[in-house]
Design a protein around this ligand. Structure first.
Ligand SMILES: CCCCCCCC/C=C\C/C=C/C(=O)SCCNC(=O)CCNC(=O)[C@H](O)C(C)(C)COP(=O)(O)OP(=O)(O)OC[C@H]1O[C@@H](n2cnc3c(N)ncnc32)[C@H](O)[C@@H]1OP(=O)(O)O
Length: 285
């Protein structure tokens, strides 16, 4: 993939000059990448209005972005969104409801690959959670090594609430961040935590009042690796996450078959249909 590089001021950091890297091969422009001249850190912003739902195309763009930044020897990545109120609304349920099975298989394979790329990234990562982050949004945030969140939003894995069983790939990164008992209870309850509660249980690392402050906190975290050898850092991270990554790599086909079998069940389809309707009618009441 090719990037067009232009210099511009960024809304994130006021007048600090940054390189804006815009994906040319993505016809939807669903990701924006900015590289800070001073720090060399890249900000990857999900840009799929209105609520950054993870459809096949956005998922593929996220995977490609990570691979390219690794190839470019990026020194750190901040994942955020261009929205003012949503980090990511999670999976686009339209991908799961009455699906074309071939596309559903492609969709879940892409999600597995995105998880492998972000959870296993060689580059240090921080999530700047500038809005709600349910389900798939929470998975992305927990794939990162550090989380800074803005107040009065929610984050968590709420799948159980609408009748989905979170597959292993969804549980693992959550479990990597939280004590096991809290993770188990939260998953069984389908609980969404407020920013404050997320801080109290350790689901996020810091709160920030504004996106700019959150950005600075992410930068500060990434800078903690400045004097660490990048290869040693990356191999050490692999030692912690390697088994999880290997388990999915080895079990990819089974995980895919389980996912498709689960999602295409009549009962699950009915629940997904009801949930979509509920979301659509939410504001009419
Ligand atoms: C045994 C192994 C097999 C197991 C297989 C299990 C499968 C599970 C797999 C993976 C785990 C991950 C699952 C998910 O991510 S599912 C998605 C979960 N997400 C949610 O529940 C969030 C729902 N959305 C919201 O709560 C809100 O939209 C919001 C807080 C994100 C944003 O609120 P707001 O800004 O007020 O926006 P709107 O609510 O107005 O939404 C705008 C627009 O978007 C539609 N919409 C919202 N979320 C979704 C969604 N997830 N999928 C599809 N569509 C969505 C919403 O209906 C509006 O559209 P409109 O009605 O047409 O205007």
């Amino acid at each position: 993939m090719f990037f067009q590089i232009t210099k511009a001021a960024t809304p994130l950091t006021g007048c600090r000059r940054q390189l804006i890297l815009r994906s040319l091969s993505s016809s939807t422009n669903n990701i924006q990448i900015e590289v800070d001249n001073k720090t060399g850190f890249a900000t990857v912003s999900m840009n799929r209005p209105p609520v950054n739902l993870l459809n096949l195309e956005l998922i593929n763009s996220l995977t490609r972005s990570m691979k390219e930044m690794e190839q470019n020897k990026s020194r750190g990545i901040i994942l955020t969104s261009t929205s003012n109120s949503v980090f990511s609304g999670g999976l686009d349920i339209k991908e799961l409801y009455r699906p074309d099975v071939q596309r559903l298989r492609e969709f879940w394979t892409a999600f597995q690959d995105m998880w492998l790329a972000w959870y296993g990234s060689a580059v240090p990562t921080a999530a700047l959670i500038n809005g709600h982050s349910p389900a798939g949004g929470c998975v992305l945030a927990t794939c990162c090594e550090y989380r800074v969140m803005l107040p009065k939003f929610t984050i968590g894995l709420n799948e159980a609430k609408f009748g989905l069983v979170p597959p292993p790939v969804v549980r693992i990164s959550f479990k990597n961040v939280l004590p096991l008992r809290i993770a188990e209870l939260a998953l069984c309850q389908g609980k969404l935590f407020t920013s404050n509660d997320a801080l109290n249980i350790g689901l996020i690392d810091e709160l920030a009042k504004t996106k700019e402050e959150g950005y600075e906190k992410c930068v500060k975290f990434l800078q903690t690796f400045r004097k660490v050898d990048p290869v040693a850092r990356s191999l050490t991270k692999q030692q912690f996450r390697g088994k999880d990554l290997d388990d999915l790599r080895k079990g990819k086909q089974k995980d895919l078959n389980d996912f498709v079998e689960h999602v295409t069940q009549d009962d699950i389809q009915m629940r997904l249909g009801l949930y979509l309707e509920q979301l659509h009618n939410r504001k009419k009441k």
